[in-house]
Design a protein around this ligand. Structure first.
Ligand code: ZN
Length: 493
């Protein structure tokens, strides 16, 4: 494969080479389950879902780890305000996140470790860092000594001297830039015992411990939202690299990927600004496929505007693709028939010559194979979604042109390549988003066959009253019959 990805640390688009041939380990920082998911969370989830689907399509096996931060200051505060426990709130919100991801078609992670299930691994890591002089205990907490790691700041491209430390003085901390690996217990808060006294883990430490456990000390891709570059990922990297013996021990991840922000009215969407949209509200306004399409339609590193108007535009674009696929499959007699017919055509089409979609379109010899190669080249180019969608709409446009020719190999070729691209995007209307009651379709087809035969017989014996009655009663039930040169066709109104 020729995949190239942008890496935040080296600030370059580099060829992607898996550490282990044929296999990719991905760790994405998951939600802190303090409140219901908002649309920004889903955008990050979808961006990595697209990456994962493309890696899989390219023949790689992917181990996808996304953690759940189920202990945190905000969870403790929110649980207290809601009059419930940390455990109940975290469980409820974890379920809400799972449901939101599922609703927009994000594949479930291979492993979703909980922070509170990995305290022993975290304590072990702290011990190693203390032994090696990268961490020190102070006032019941344990602190990472930023000054001991010369490469600190390399991920976020900052010099340690110019960093703004937390304004709050914290007891036991020797240098304002240092950060907590272990937080001393406060009255009334959940805690675990440790060699340094009771407390709970620091947020950054959780990910280092869990990524190391499930993917190893060095793995392929580490990702999250752009707002995690500093301090979260900088600190994770410092912990993992230093626990492995310092910079000579290797990088934490070979590629660091960060997803752009979601904006509304040009401003960053955030809970603290009060302008964030909950996923449940978004899904009350648009179908989940449309939300998915919208959140994938901008390049993952760009910021993306979320507003009723931009959603409408995405809805119209998505409908165009979906309508083409449904119409084409209706004409061709279904997905299996279309695949069989297109397979014959692909065999006859031969090899794909050099060229581009634009060039071929001008010459009038655009083929489904050429469209696929353009789509694949775009995806390989750091998931260039704009070009990938241009290839998709190129196929839809060509397909619509031959739709009137009814049943044809050409149409089958276009609908097949369109569905192949939609599968990568997680938007295939047949496999991934079947319409409600799809399992009843074969039975309905059969019943409709009987009714259409009765109508044909009535017309054959010139009993037009009966034929019209069948048609109008079906229309009243929401079933439309069309008389075409190929015979009677039906669809739901
Ligand atoms: Zn993390």
């Amino acid at each position: 494969m020729g995949l190239r990805l942008y890496d935040t640390r080296t600030r370059r688009v580099r060829p992607f080479v898996p550490l282990r041939p044929g296999h990719v380990g991905v760790y994405v920082c998951g939600p802190t389950v303090q409140s219901p998911p908002h649309v920004g969370h889903i955008r990050t989830g979808l961006a990595f879902d697209l990456l994962r689907r493309w890696l899989t399509q390219s023949g790689l096996s992917v181990t996808f780890v996304q953690n759940v931060t189920d202990i945190d200051d905000k969870i403790i505060i929110n649980a207290d305000q809601a009059g419930t426990t940390v455990w109940e709130l975290a469980t409820r919100q974890t379920r809400a996140f799972d449901e939101a991801y599922r609703a927009v078609g994000v594949l479930p992670p291979t492993i979703s470790p909980l922070a509170t299930g990995h305290i022993p691994e975290m304590l072990e890591m702290i011990s190693v860092l203390v032994e090696r002089g990268f961490a020190y205990p102070g006032a019941g907490s344990v602190w990472f000594r930023v000054g001991a790691f010369a490469d600190y700041g390399a991920l976020s491209h900052q010099r340690p001297a110019s960093m703004h430390p937390s304004p709050e003085a914290e007891p036991g901390k020797a240098d304002p830039r240092d950060f907590a690996l272990w937080k001393a217990v406060k009255p009334g808060e959940p805690s675990w015992s440790s060699p340094w006294g009771p407390g709970r883990p620091g947020w950054h430490l959780e990910c280092s411990a869990m990524a190391g456990k499930y993917l190893g000390g060095v793995f392929d891709i580490h990702g999250g939202g752009l707002d995690l570059v500093f301090p979260h990922h900088e600190n994770e990297r410092a912990q993992t690299v230093c626990a492995a013996g310092g910079p000579a021990g290797g990088e934490m991840a070979n590629y660091w990927m960060h997803i752009g922000l979601l904006t509304t009215g040009g401003t960053k969407m955030s809970k603290s600004l009060g302008n964030s949209f909950f996923v449940t509200d978004a899904l009350a306004a648009v179908r989940p496929q449309v939300l998915r399409y919208h959140l994938l339609s901008a390049h993952y590193r760009s910021s993306l505007e979320y507003s009723p108007q931009t959603l409408d535009e995405s809805g119209a674009a998505h409908d165009r693709v979906e309508t083409f696929v449904r119409n084409a499959l209706d004409i061709l007699g279904g997905p299996a028939e279309a695949a069989a017919l297109a397979g014959t055509e692909a065999g006859l089409a031969g090899s794909v010559g050099p060229g581009t979609v634009a060039g071929a379109a001008a010459e009038g010899d655009l083929t489904p194979e050429l469209v696929w190669s353009e789509f694949a080249a775009a995806m390989d180019d750091d998931l260039a979604i704009g070009r990938a969608l241009a290839a998709l709409f190129g196929a839809v446009s060509r397909g619509n042109q031959v739709l009137s020719k009814a049943h044809s190999r050409e149409l089958a070729g276009w609908v097949e390549v369109t569905r192949r691209m939609l599968t990568v995007l997680g938007l295939d209307p047949v496999e991934q988003w079947p319409t409600a009651g799809a399992e009843l379709r074969p039975a309905l087809d059969s019943v409709m066959g009987i009714l259409l035969d009765l109508r044909s017989s009535a017309r054959a014996r010139r009993d037009y009253t009966e034929a019209d009655s069948i048609r109008s009663r079906l229309a009243a039930s929401g079933v439309v019959i069309e008389d075409t040169p190929e015979g009677q066709r039906w669809h739901l109104a």
